[in-house]
Write a protein that binds this ligand. Structure first.
Ligand SMILES: Nc1ncnc2c1ncn2[C@@H]1O[C@H](COP(=O)(O)OP(=O)(O)OP(=O)(O)O)[C@@H](O)[C@H]1O
Length: 410
């Protein structure tokens, strides 16, 4: 029988506030070395005393191939944590690769290193609550229990945010005004509205709109004084497709809203007499202000994504050729849009093992192939590669996230 070596996390014994970790900070082996583990190890704490680094043996089944990070000038966590100015980290990638776990672990690590941290989910299918094993729902700031410094979570409800957007646009050129203008016989303006395809946009919103609105909602929150304390903001974003569309959405929405506002001005002058009769002037002005604020926030979202001083987009992937290909496309699109990308996390890498079962051996080979693809990929090879092992327990709760964070963020 194969002697299994478990990458076993004894999370319960791993206090989130302990400063001296019982685990080594870097269990990933540098290139040119192999791992030697004693068999039948069931907890990490007992596993690591016997972990030793030996010169690489050719054809060793113990060998952990490590993809060298060619981007040596890209600093590690020290750079991410330094400074008190506000910084944003956006984590994105294919569905299910571990975006939430990586985002939550980064947030915990920032908080444990003295930053007032906010972790935000803009993924319509939130999983922050599951990841932290705490109820963080409600669309408001919720304190996360466990880290040394304040950590708050915010799960934006995309339906609610979209409703708000819908109301604002309705009052300013959507169906409401359309009907009103029809009634006034101003068909020409109605046609212009039709060109904007606004009704279509709101009735069947394209993927990414939810997220754009959710992020703009966060921008709105961040403007208020109660958010001033946050120096690190971590976004757990929606899967790749949404992110790609999100990148072009702010421009599109900015243009649409700009047109609506111009149109509204025309409507305002054409109907000023009628409006005073109906007594709607004030209501419409408020709605126009709301829409204008929304437009401004969209512009801020667009600028935020491209601000290399304050923002970094971290791609999360898993070691499969399919996931790597998708990450390569994501990286290309982000770069094309001038979104700063420096790091690539390859999550769920099989940990070293003294002896593999047939399944594990094949799986390991498959993962190595994917790592090779990364190494030769023109988009990905220039990123700083972070390898994160597949652990044998679900990563849930602050202690587990701290454990993961200490492996991933170095
Ligand atoms: N390195 C790992 N080892 C073991 N389990 C992991 C690892 N990373 C993530 N998981 C588990 O995989 C599952 C999916 O992780 P997570 O929710 O972080 O992915 P995601 O990319 O955010 O998913 P989605 O796209 O559905 O939001 C969770 O159950 C999580 O605990």
């Amino acid at each position: 029988m194969a002697k299994a070596v478990a990458w076993h996390a004894s999370f319960t014994s791993y206090s989130s506030s302990s400063s001296s970790s019982p685990f080594p900070r870097n269990p990933i082996v540098p290139v040119g070395f192999s791992l030697s583990l004693s068999p039948r190890i069931h907890t990490l704490s007992s596993a690591f005393p016997s972990l030793s680094i030996k010169p690489k043996r050719p054809n060793s089944s113990f060998e952990v191939r490590s993809v060298a990070a060619p981007a040596e000038d890209i600093a590690g966590f020290d750079e991410m944590v330094s400074g008190t100015e506000r910084k944003y980290y956006m984590l994105g990638g294919k569905g299910g690769v571990g975006k939430t776990s990586c985002a939550a672990s980064l947030a915990v690590k920032f908080a444990n290193n003295g930053h007032h941290t906010l972790v935000v989910s803009t993924d319509p299918a939130h999983s922050l609550s599951d990841s932290f094993a705490q109820d963080l729902t409600g669309g408001m700031l919720v304190p996360v229990e466990g880290p040394d410094f304040p950590l708050f979570a915010l799960e934006i409800n995309p339906d609610k945010a979209r409703e708000e957007f819908r109301d604002a646009t309705k009052n300013n050129g959507g169906t409401g005004v359309k009907e009103f203008m029809d009634g006034m016989g101003l068909g020409m303006l109605v046609e212009q509205l039709g060109e904007l395809k606004l009704g279509e946009l709101l009735d069947t919103p394209p993927p990414g709109l939810d997220e754009a609105i959710a992020i703009s909602k966060v921008m709105q929150f961040l403007e208020s004084p109660q958010y001033n304390m946050f120096t690190r903001i971590v976004f757990d974003t929606a899967p790749t497709g949404h992110t790609l569309r999100l990148l072009s959405l702010p421009d599109f929405l900015d243009a649409s809203i700009g047109k609506i506002l111009k149109l509204r001005q025309k409507i305002a002058s054409a109907t000023s007499a009628i409006k005073s009769v109906f007594g709607q002037e004030e209501t419409k002005q408020n709605a126009a202000d709301k829409l204008e604020r929304l437009r401004e926030r969209m512009v801020k979202v667009r600028d935020l994504f491209r601000d290399a001083e304050s923002t970094e987009f971290v791609i999360v992937t898993i070691p499969t050729v399919m996931a790597v290909s998708e990450s390569s496309r994501l990286s290309a699109s982000l770069k094309k849009e001038n979104v700063p990308v420096k790091r690539l996390i390859v999550n769920q890498i099989l940990p070293p093992s003294a002896s593999d079962c047939k399944f594990c051996a094949v799986k390991r080979k498959d993962q190595m192939r994917a790592l090779d693809v990364i190494q030769s990929d023109p988009e990905l090879s220039s990123l700083k590669l972070i390898q994160s092992p597949l652990v044998d327990m679900e990563i849930r709760g602050v202690p587990a996230l701290k454990f993961m964070g200490d492996i991933v963020w170095k």
